[in-house]
Write a protein that binds this ligand. Structure first.
Ligand code: HEM
Length: 397
């Protein structure tokens, strides 16, 4: 994914981000922040900016020879994740209320029913794909029902988001981004006229058309793949730690704590979105010159032994210290309560209904998706049949 051009221990390091994605051109020169303390510092310091219109020329400057940053721009990306206050505040405010812990708690029964229904379709089979048959359809169903995307459109939607968040060629990205804009614009226009209380309707009533479309895209793009990946890598991590799995299987009240530990240990959003500086800033004694692009390695910070005791161990009832799997500062994940609830219900249902489930895809055949930010498998066959090889301890990176 990236190549170090200057290794500096746990201090900011210069890298080349080889894999491009959406608005990020390939071979982008940037700084990588890895220690817990430095990541927290950057998250809370307003000199690290995110406005996409200012960032675009910096992408072109820092990816010499690529020159395609503009081809990758789209109104979809002008969303809350890529803006600073006051625009960030104005874009996030209309939907904040829908994602508070209290608002999300009211959805528990509905989310549970979606987990049960998704499993109903495959649980009778000898084997199924935990990625394609459970984790993805379940989390797509949750986010689409929260937003108010009609059930019949979910499959098409998924294929667009998959392209847009992948390292596909710029013309393919542009085509699918265009299709997504057209679809969302039409849906939001219809919502504006109605009186539904779903999230797209809130956006349609509070923002103008293009702004509402970009926020809808942000919620969808950030909102289901991460959660699906958490369920799958969490499952594998438990399998790699049989004693922890046994504890959880014996006492499902440990599920919320186990999900928190999966978030820390596996960091499904392993690398942040971009930030940049318009003035020279010192981080942990290292000078980041004006015009630098910066990424935060949440996965590394969550395994920092300066902050967590024995960070590589996976312990479902670890005594808590705050992890950074949901970021922090003003851009902290708006969907964190929903993501937790989904993972809790998914594991509770899996443990109760399929207690003997094991992975059948051998470790050496597991294929990871090519994304610099999201960490997830393309497929994982699971079943109650004998595993071809016992999962080796620590097999999950
Ligand atoms: C396990 C699941 C999830 C993880 C690990 C995760 C992680 C993150 C992280 C690390 C960020 C901050 C990125 C940065 O600062 O560069 C973020 C932001 C965001 N997430 Fe999540 N997320 C998850 C689920 C969700 C869900 C379910 C939704 C939608 C309902 C969502 C919507 C967003 C949005 C819109 C932002 C941008 C917020 C802003 O900039 O103000 N995420 N997420």
């Amino acid at each position: 994914m990236y190549r170090d051009i200057k290794q500096a221990g746990n201090k900011p390091t210069e890298i080349v981000l080889e894999t491009g994605m959406a608005y990020i051109p390939p071979n982008l020169k940037a700084w990588l922040i890895t220690s817990y303390e430095d990541v927290e510092f950057v998250l809370r310091d307003p000199r690290f900016r995110k406005s996409i219109n200012e960032a675009m020329p910096l992408f072109a400057e820092n990816a010499p020879g690529e020159g395609n940053a503009q081809a990758r721009s789209s109104l979809l990306y002008d969303n809350m994740a890529n803006n600073d206050p006051p625009k960030h505040t104005a874009l996030r405010k209309p939907v904040n209320g829908a994602f508070t812990s209290r608002a999300v708690a009211t959805k528990r029964a509905g989310v549970r029913a979606l987990a049960e229904e998704t499993l109903d379709a495959v649980a009778h089979q000898e084997s199924f794909d935990l990625v394609k048959d459970f984790a993805f359809p379940f989390s797509i169903a949750v986010i689409c029902s929260t937003l108010g995307v009609p059930e019949g459109d979910r499959g098409t939607f998924d294929s667009w988001v998959q392209t847009i968040t992948s390292d596909a060629a710029p013309d393919v990205l542009k085509r699918d981004a265009g299709l997504m804009v057209a679809y969302l614009s039409d849906l939001i226009a219809r919502k504006r006229a109605g009186d539904d209380d779903d999230v797209l309707s809130l956006l349609a009533r509070a923002l103008d058309g293009p702004e509402a479309v970009a926020q809808a895209y942000a919620l969808l793009a950030a909102g289901y793949e991460t959660t699906a990946n958490l369920i799958v890598t969490g499952f594998l991590t438990l399998e790699a730690h049989p004693e922890e799995r046994e504890k959880l299987w014996a006492d499902r009240s440990l599920v919320p704590g186990a999900v928190e530990e999966m978030l820390r240990h596996q960091s499904p959003f392993n690398l942040s979105l971009y930030r940049y500086v318009t003035e020279t800033v010192q981080v942990n004694g290292v000078e980041l010159p004006a015009g630098s692009i910066v990424f935060l390695a949440f996965a590394a910070a969550n395994r920092d032994d300066g902050h967590f005791e024995r960070p590589d161990d996976f312990t479902v009832n670890r005594s808590r210290r705050e992890h950074l799997a949901f970021g922090g500062g003003i851009h902290n994940c708006i969907g964190k309560h929903l993501a937790r609830l989904e993972a809790e219900e998914a594991f509770d249902v899996l443990i109760k209904r399929c207690p003997d489930l094991v992975s059948l895809t051998p470790a050496e055949e597991r294929e990871w998706k090519a994304s610099p930010t999201f960490r997830g498998l393309k497929s994982l066959v699971v079943g109650t049949g004998p595993s071809p090889r016992r999962p080796e301890t620590g097999a999950v990176r």
